[in-house]
Design a protein around this ligand. Structure first.
Ligand SMILES: Nc1nc2c(c(=O)[nH]1)N[C@H]1C(S)=C(S)[C@@H](COP(=O)(O)O)O[C@H]1N2
Ligand SMILES: [Mo]
Length: 512
């Protein structure tokens, strides 16, 4: 009895997919040992991110939120596996040609790894390993399927799969892929452990941190965001692993003298501690990309003064350890606000995810023009001469954080019990006098003043709450804030692109 053609085609497509999984896992494990960024999947993923047009990227962040990276890696993997299935089909007639398709796939990943700005030749190693492992797996599977150990039972000349040989090969390779993939993940996670560094105490400390409203109303966002819960926006998929002993910060460009600082040099300077709320320009009205933390660092102006800024510069072009760039308006960064070259977050060294060992934190400016993580270089230059990552993608160059407010409780489309309840949330107006008032409108009625939580300074967000006697039926709740400069949050809607969202958050609640 012959194996039907369709079944055999399916089997070989499966061989291709399994071979690709083996190759990917082997490459990922190799990268975990050498340089996680060189992992074939991550390298292709990062390249896809860089090449994705801004509107599509915005759509992905809006649609998938914090899962956008998972969706991206999933899509890349799905695409790879689809092509791998084709490689398997091709290998059915010509093994070498099928293997060549796999090699071409890994070559793309190798090219992607090499095209990362800081890549070295060693970064192709994971892709080479992936190619060898993938081709090895494919050859084994094809051989197993083409060898017939029971010729006496075969009733046709057609190549008939050896069930046993194929099963053994599939089992061993499947297990190998799972073990290598798992080991790679585990190793990468292990390396993400925070580095052990001791930070000196600040010479200029922040005031005692007050108890937040969340102690009374647990559904209101905590006054300080724990580092592990802090939102993350990265253009790359993996977290850079920086060795603090090798790390240097260079200040160059339009300066009187180029300066290079070690981590110890930086810690020897006066350290200040500040409570600052970061916000992402991609945050939509009512969105989650905002967080408040206590930061420890050296004043940006103290660092710039070491180099002596020249008279032509109008931007600080900062570069991270991976070559990614952010441009910051020099005038705003040095206008007296608490701009920090930060080394600590919430009483510890920066977590690797949030820029270890050193990042910028500048109150009042969206993160994409101010908050460079894994900082390595600050170049004093002009907007006319140099452009940065997001500028090249048509985002604004000058983007102060817009006045905003958010309802945390009740949740949108929640059903709650009638009677006494609490409406509450958070509002922010960094470097615009802070939040002076928050007002709520119920069912489009007049603006009623909410009560404010503790004041942690103008660069920090402010919690708010309002008692509400909810009557049965469907209700609409709208919130707006007024900043310390007397400015009222605008109802005019704007998308995050190119300079931050505006408009009022309005939610619908059903009361039983
Ligand atoms: N090196 C580097 N720095 C970066 C980014 C990045 O992708 N790479 N993202 C920026 C953006 S858009 C924001 S909003 C903040 C987010 O900082 P967080 O991830 O620590 O919350 O970091 C900024 N700094
Ligand atoms: Mo951002």
């Amino acid at each position: 009895m012959d194996t039907p053609r369709g079944a055999r085609a399916l089997l070989f497509a499966g061989f291709g997919v399994l071979s690709a999984l083996v190759g990917t896992a082997a490459g990922h494990l190799t990268a975990a040992l050498l340089d996680p960024a060189a992992s074939p999947v991550l390298a292709v993923g990062s390249t896809v991110i860089d090449l994705t047009p801004t509107p599509l990227k915005e759509w992905a962040i809006r649609t998938f939120g914090d899962d956008d990276k998972t969706v991206l890696v999933g899509s890349v993997l799905a695409g790879v596996l689809l092509l791998a299935a084709v490689a398997g089909l091709v290998a059915r007639r010509r093994t070498a040609l099928g293997a060549a398709v796999l090699v071409a796939l890994t070559a793309l990943a190798g090219a992607a790894a090499l095209s990362r700005p800081q890549a070295g030749l060693a970064d192709v190693v994971p892709s080479v390993v992936a190619a060898l492992a993938g081709v090895g797996a494919l050859v084994w599977l094809v051989r197993a399927a083409d060898t017939d150990p029971w010729p006496a039972l075969a009733d046709t000349e057609a190549a008939r799969p050896s069930r046993r040989g194929v099963l053994v090969a599939v089992g061993v390779l499947g297990l190998a892929a799972a073990v290598m993939g798992g080991a790679g993940r585990w190793l990468t996670r292990l390396r993400l452990q925070p580095a052990e560094v001791d930070l000196p105490a600040a010479t200029d400390r922040a005031p005692r941190f007050p108890a937040g409203l969340e102690e009374r109303f647990p559904d209101i966002t905590a006054l300080r965001t724990p580092s592990a819960d802090f939102y993350r926006i990265d253009t790359r998929l993996d977290v850079p692993l920086v060795d603090v002993d090798d790390w240097r910060l260079t200040i160059d460009g339009d300066v009187q003298r180029e300066v290079t600082l070690s981590f110890a040099d930086l810690l020897a300077m006066p350290l200040v501690e500040r409570d600052i709320t970061l916000t992402c320009v991609s945050n939509s009205v009512g969105g989650p990309y905002v967080g408040g933390a206590r930061w420890l660092g050296v004043r940006l102006t103290d660092v710039l003064d070491l180099a002596g800024v020249g008279s032509d510069a109008d931007q600080i072009l900062s570069t991270d350890v991976d070559g990614m760039t952010i441009s910051t308006p020099l005038e705003l960064a040095t206008d007296g606000r608490d701009a920090l070259v930060a080394v600590g977050m919430n009483g510890a060294a920066l977590p690797r995810e949030h820029g270890f060992p050193v990042r910028l934190v500048i109150p009042g400016l969206y993160g994409f023009i101010s908050a460079t993580k894994w900082l390595e270089r600050m170049t004093l230059t002009t907007y006319a001469e140099e452009s940065a990552y997001w500028t090249d993608r048509d985002w604004a160059t000058d983007a102060p954080i817009k006045l905003a407010s958010r309802i945390d409780t009740p949740g949108s489309f929640d059903t709650i019990d009638a009677g006494d309840t609490v409406i509450g949330g958070i509002a922010w107006a960094q470097h615009r006098g802070g939040v002076a008032r928050v007002e709520v409108s119920i069912d489009g009625g007049g603006w009623q003043p909410a009560r404010l939580g503790p004041d942690v300074g103008e660069d920090y967000w402010r919690q708010w709450w309002m008692p509400w006697e909810a009557s049965s039926g469907r209700h609409t709740l709208t919130v707006r804030a007024v900043n310390g400069d007397g400015e009222t949050q605008t109802p005019v809607r704007a998308d995050p692109f190119p300079e931050g969202a505006s408009g009022l958050q309005e939610i619908v609640v059903d009361v039983d």
